[in-house]
Design a protein around this ligand. Sequence first.
Ligand code: BES
Ligand code: MN
Ligand code: ZN
Length: 499
Amino acid sequence: MTAPKLSLTTTTADEATADAVIIGTVQDGNGSGVALAPGSERVDAAFGGTLAEVLRTVGATGAQDEVVKIPSMGKVKAGLVVAAGLGRSTGDGPTAEQVRRASGAAARALAGTARAVTTLSTVDLQAAVEGIVLGAYRFTEYRSDTGERPVERVDVVAPAEGAAKDHRATLKAATAIAEAVCTARDLVNTPPNDLFPASFAERAAALGKAAGVEVEILDEKALRKGGFGGVLGVGMGSSRPPRVVRMSWKGPKARKKVALVGKGITFDTGGISIKPAANMDEMTSDMSGAAAIVATMVLAAKLKYPLELTATVPMAENMPSGAAYRPGDVLTMYGGKTVEVLNTDAEGRLILADAIVRACEDGPDYLVEAATLTGAQIVSLGRRTAGIMGSDEFRDRVAAIAQATGEGGWPMPLPEELRADLDSRLADLANVAGHRWGGMLVAGLFLREFVAEGVPWAHLDVAGPAFNNGGPWGYTPKGGTGQPVRTLAAVLADIAENG
Ligand code: BES
Ligand code: MN
Ligand code: ZN
């Protein structure tokens, strides 16, 4: 990943030296015409106030994801005016997410361009910067012909209000956040023949160490010694043994301890309860939760959040083989609880159970866990909205934050009556219920059994949101999306500020 070089400028957009100038457009009142978004005034003035009309003539509507390029004919310094649609205006002006998406779509459309200048930053600096970095992302590691390079340099016009010092801080933080998302995307996009437990652990360690995070890798021997029965059970079928990565970082004046946990299944075939062949390749993304946690730890150290953080990241490959765990096996999990495995495809909760118990040993004030846990998440909320479960109050807080970041997420219940469906004939607990109803919630109830009494926790099921199997849109590329890094970062920032 090579992020574009971003710098703040106070030069007005019409006079800025660049190949392209980005302005925003909105759908006007009845959706039939296009109007200009704030920030475009100077460019419009250079066009003698005709810019909206010119754009309308070439068919621009201001719809989300629309990018229309027109030659500037020397009216402004840049040769090209790039009009990025923000969608329907809400009345109070464009939302942060509208700015982020339009900036992302514009950045993607500017691949191959050397230098652009954006005016969307005058509406929302942080969102514009995030959108540009996220939209310019491409993963070409495995291509012989890497195609057009991402836009190399983008100057962001500083907002009129606020101090230059604050703008610089915003630019720096927004860039770091977006780059963390890209780090997670890179990990998710790396194919499972190259990203397996040991190599994933090495990459996490390298990323962590470079940022001053302490890293410990538990290999299969250490896992046996420690009694990590869930991770070992799931990992048994693979020739590539499992790992648990432990990362820790303590910020200056840390007052709260937060434990992070993420599902790191480097490939999920389902094991002996094997999955159908169709789209099984997408299970390369079954380590998205882990990728997000690793990237967030690195980000937290970079931004020096005043928190004490630990990450416990279980990594395993779920394979069918002569050595694989079976339906009917009973595993003794870390901490001693026993689980009857009724379906080897419900493996995520097994590795997470070990990790959650280990994470709680550190006595955290909060526990946040992210996982591509259930197909039922996609059935209930679709591909773009994470299901957020956990203890009521903290769950609602995390869900509100997820919505504010634009990643999205919805609070979901853990209905008591479903708990009994996890009762086992012979062990403390079974790993699946005997039916498919409320599958996302059942998985949440399973995890709840392993959270220490009194620890506020949130479980983010990002089965859909973590991987985009359709075309690119807004700042979201095909493949790994990097969700829920921005939500995790915002939750940590919120805890740092409000306790
Ligand atoms: N990794 C899958 C969940 C998943 C499905 C993620 C689709 C992304 C897209 C998980 O391990 C799984 O297989 N869950 C099962 C649970 C079931 C056996 C109770 C599922 O959802 O079918
Ligand atoms: Mn599975
Ligand atoms: Zn899985």
